[in-house]
Design a protein around this ligand. Structure first.
Ligand code: GLP
Length: 250
């Protein structure tokens, strides 16, 4: 893991956008695994700015998103499909038919999971996977538990995740209880992973991710086993990691 400390959210976003830009410039037909949540919004904003300046071209890029709430259609304002259009896709020249996300309203959930797993395989896997992190160290919607699912699956969201995401809905009751998520295998097989975190609320999760035991109880800890992970995080999110003398922070 290479860990980059940023002064604040803005610097985190710029550094992350630089890594993603380099990926797109070096491999214009990259398959990008993309994430939602509040953390990557600034990164997407920066990428849009560079696209508008003419520095970036998304015309050959494919995007495959991590997760989607079950029960929300792509038109629902809290769906992750809507989020991606609003925060990135509508503002750059990515082809709409090169953007993929689980169908939250698929009638047959098991078939949808198989379809998405096969899709990622048919794309040849993911070149760069962008990740946020949950306060309970979840990645995508791979929640802590006794075991992690390999492939795309439907997950029952933990109470903590529902509470954390309630800020985007009218109240916690309105948050869907289930979500589709890419499994841990597609994430871990990504050729490069960029994990972002900012704010004190992520400090414990970042400690578990970087310094903790590798355990399904902290899904982000598995990233310690991947040999091409860039962590870009602000000082607050790294505050507990910094106390560990064994960790090199760039
Ligand atoms: C959500 C998403 C994750 C995201 C995480 C953190 O539940 N499924 O992909 O990384 O929680 O969200 P935020 O960036 O808003 O803190």
């Amino acid at each position: 893991m290479r860990i980059y400390k940023a002064k604040n959210e803005e610097e985190m976003s710029r550094k992350a956008a630089n890594i993603i830009s380099a990926q797109i410039i070096l491999k214009p037909d990259s398959v990008l695994g993309l994430a939602t949540g509040s953390t990557p919004i600034g990164t997407y904003r920066q990428l849009i700015e560079w696209y508008e300046k003419g520095d970036l071209d998304f015309s050959q890029v494919t995007a495959v998103n991590l997760d989607e709430y079950q029960g929300l259609s792509a038109e629902h304002e809290q769906s992750y499909a809507y989020f991606m259009r609003k925060n990135l896709f509508d503002h750059v020249n990515i082809r709409a038919d090169h953007t993929y996300i689980e169908n939250g309203v698929a009638e047959d959930a098991a078939a949808e999971c198989r379809r998405y797993t096969d899709l990622i395989k048919s794309l040849g896997g993911i070149d760069l996977q962008l990740l946020g992190i949950g306060a309970n160290a979840h990645i995508g919607f791979n929640e802590p538990g006794e075991a992690l699912e390999k492939d795309t699956h439907l997950v029952k969201l933990s109470e903590r995740t529902i509470q954390a995401n309630a800020r985007f809905f009218t109240d916690a009751d309105a948050v869907p209880k289930y979500a589709f998520t890419m499994g841990i295998k597609a994430i871990m097989q990504a050729r490069c992973i960029v994990l972002l975190a900012n704010g004190e609320a992520k400090a414990d999760a970042m400690y578990e991710c970087i310094c903790g035991h590798i355990t399904a109880m902290a899904p982000a800890s598995l990233l310690q086993l991947h040999n091409n992970v860039f962590v870009v995080a602000d000082e607050a999110a790294l505050s507990k990691v910094e106390a560990d003398a064994d960790v090199e922070i760039l």
